[in-house]
Design a protein around this ligand. Sequence first.
Ligand SMILES: Cc1cc2nc3c(=O)[nH]c(=O)nc-3n(C[C@H](O)[C@H](O)[C@H](O)COP(=O)(O)O)c2cc1C
Length: 236
Amino acid sequence: MRDNEGVYKIMNAIVYYSNTNQSKRIAGYFADKLDYALLDIFDMTEFEFDNLILVFPIYCQNLPDKIKKFLSQTQAPNLTLIATYGRMCHGNVLCEAQKKFGLNVIAAAYVPTKHSYLQEAEFEDFKELDCVVEKVLAPCPVAIPRSYKNVFSNFLKNQRSRIGVKIYKTPQCDGCNICSQICKNNAISHGVTNKDCIRCLKCINACPKNALKFKLRSPMRIYLKKKKQNKLEIYI
Ligand SMILES: Cc1cc2nc3c(=O)[nH]c(=O)nc-3n(C[C@H](O)[C@H](O)[C@H](O)COP(=O)(O)O)c2cc1C
């Protein structure tokens, strides 16, 4: 519902930012359990909620810029933060978000999922998230503890994926340019990426001809061979 100042006021909602569907799957589970509205972050501008569950991926051990912007514009007395990560390292994202944005966080979780760049199992332990659902229904503040963050994780954080991953188009590309329509960073046109591309792979996911592919360069391949973490961490 839009008020006179053009601000959306929504009682209860799950908002997701998801480029390879992992966060969206988890957001969908919460929406089914709670019967809250399920909203794509890109369909929204300014917002006020009563109860909000925000589900998003961790990028380079940091909050994606889109989430930073959204949090700085959002009011929600009862906020739940669900950060999905590709079993590499989640950094200190949730604790940092709580500190930086002075949020009214009532629950939070780091959820291990399939990494955007790897063929791995998706998250399936949905039942483990039911304690978060219960906390949303009986809200009170939670303190998120600090967790390990690699000291170099802020170094070139917006470039590391660009350097490590190449996106290219194959002859199947028929020039429909859907890639450019779905990329909210204006980072691709007719299958050719520009310097704004963060390698989220949304374009590859959306290409109807399966004409976009990606290739991992050596540093990224080596990094992704590191021992995986598979820990679901819940704070309620
Ligand atoms: C640009 C980029 C950076 C990422 N950085 C990390 C990271 O630092 N640690 C990690 O464990 N996973 C990382 N991932 C993996 C994603 O966090 C994980 O696959 C997430 O579930 C993707 O969510 P989505 O499918 O909803 O977009 C990264 C993925 C991308 C595309």
